[in-house]
Write a protein that binds this ligand. Sequence first.
Ligand SMILES: O=C(O)c1ccc(O)c(O)c1
Ligand SMILES: [Mg+2]
Length: 612
Amino acid sequence: MKTSIATVCLAGTLEEKMQACARAGFDGIEIFEQDLVVSPSSPAEIKALAERLNLSLDLYQPFRDLEGVTEEVFQDNLRRLEATFQLMQQLGMDLILVPSNVATATVDDDAVVAEQLHRAAELAARYDMRIAYEALAWGTYVNTYWHSWELVQSANHPNLGVCLDSFHILSKNDDPSLIPEIPGEKIFFVQLADAPELGMDLLPWSRHHRVFPGEGSFAMFEFMAYLTQTGYQGPLSLEIFNDVFRETDPDITAVDGLRSLRWIQQGARGLLAKEHPFRQILTPMPKVDPIEVIDHIEISTDVPDRCGALLGSLGFTFVGQHRRKTAQLFVCGDVKVVLTPNRAEGTFITSVAVQVANSADALARAEALGATPVSRPVTADEARLKGVLGPGGMQVFFIDDAAAAWPEEFGYDATNQDNTSSHVRLDHLNVPEARDHFGASVLFTRALLRLEPLPSQDVASPRGLVHSQVLQSPDAGIRWVFNQVPPTYTNRTGEPVRYPGHIALAVEDIETRAQAAIDAGLVVLPIASNYYADLHARFGIDHETLQRWQSLGILYDRNAEGEFLHVYSETIGGLFIELVQRIGDYQDYGPGNAAVRLAAQDHYEQHHRTKR
Ligand SMILES: O=C(O)c1ccc(O)c(O)c1
Ligand SMILES: [Mg+2]
């Protein structure tokens, strides 16, 4: 479908916003009145800029508080409307958005409102303009899409239709299943917005916390599928009022927005029967089979010896160095880690490689989601791994049969593996994301790998709130956690510190393994005694066990499904390693323990930093 985005979504001047939308590849934009009013460019200059950028100017908005008013107020509104039409003529635009009245409405009478809408449409017709009438969720008298549609029907004018905005419909749990009863040609415009569940009033929720489709908790695929059934063929537009977007580089936001429009169209295709006549209106995305296995993880480090020692203490075997490069391969059970030395950039996870049926399809899907391919120089006899750079800078590689032999370049021999580590698996992976990229990275990874989100959580660290989002594959073979780092993450003396990511290894005998690792030189993250006193209070665990756990740095949780024990290594730069043991059918991550960990890391950073 044709794609569009409201200028209100983006930071910058109107001109900068337009450039960013064009660069990202949008077909058109909605111009927000305020953006034009504050612009030094004349309407004619904006029109010319849009033409140069090959952007259509799809919708001018908003024209507020038109209807449901006394005749005297309405006369003044018509004068205002006419002036707006004249401005739109200079812009070369022909569609205006009229949201339902929230301020001046005094006449709660559908007959009067319909008649006023009709007269406004008559004026629009004289200027060859069209009006899209949108029910705002907090409109004084008109606040449901169905009511706006009834009014448009009674007004009965070819220059009047409705605008459907997913936020206003889904935020108040209105039933979207009646949308297919509206004929597609009477839907003049569609705005898509998602939002996280926040339990707050509609207006501030809408004005500050909208997010791109797929980044919130609304049933956006269903909404899109209902819309498609109307036969609507106009632009699919994004209208996101979001405080973070207003501070973010508009190029980042625009690319993220377009990705969400691809994602939602593919999702709606999945809900519509293959033979549905309107299904082909929706732009498809290259398909991938569900992905369940992380093949390997790459860590870039300026202290490869320290990282190697950390891995070694945890039971990893050093396989060898790449025959041509400085990278080193470490293996423990099913887990493969490649260490790539860097110069003074710190230690952090740089890439995640997943096993796919076909790497070309996965690459095509990633590119459709706005990612740029990355390639590494290889020689003719080496596996050429296909991969992309995700929005937050993480590289994702796709390993299919053709690339599966890559470990041999490190001298790896699969038949010659130590079997004491054979039941070690990757439990999860946790990566930090800057605030600007958090939503985009989550949506990108989710859409690319077909993962599903768990409910998000906020974790209190001593240096700010960390927003945490888990994505999981259907069989939980992949558990990928994103942590949104507080905007200024510092240590106690105010110096910025790299918020660490981590790799968690699933083991079946955590106490033995932790002890063996400590004996082999592992420094575990010390956990405060208060935590163990709390475990005693909450779970009644005996003091002897707790003492043993504290000496090993083990944290604990229990729920109806089972038990969870885990231990964290000390942090090297932006990385630490966790061991976890899941007992029974425990699927969680020890809620509450992440905050304990962040506080312990903060304390450790303060007290042991000078020793390193
Ligand atoms: O919050 C508002 O006022 C507002 C304005 C125009 C819209 O399209 C909308 O959805 C909300
Ligand atoms: Mg809207």
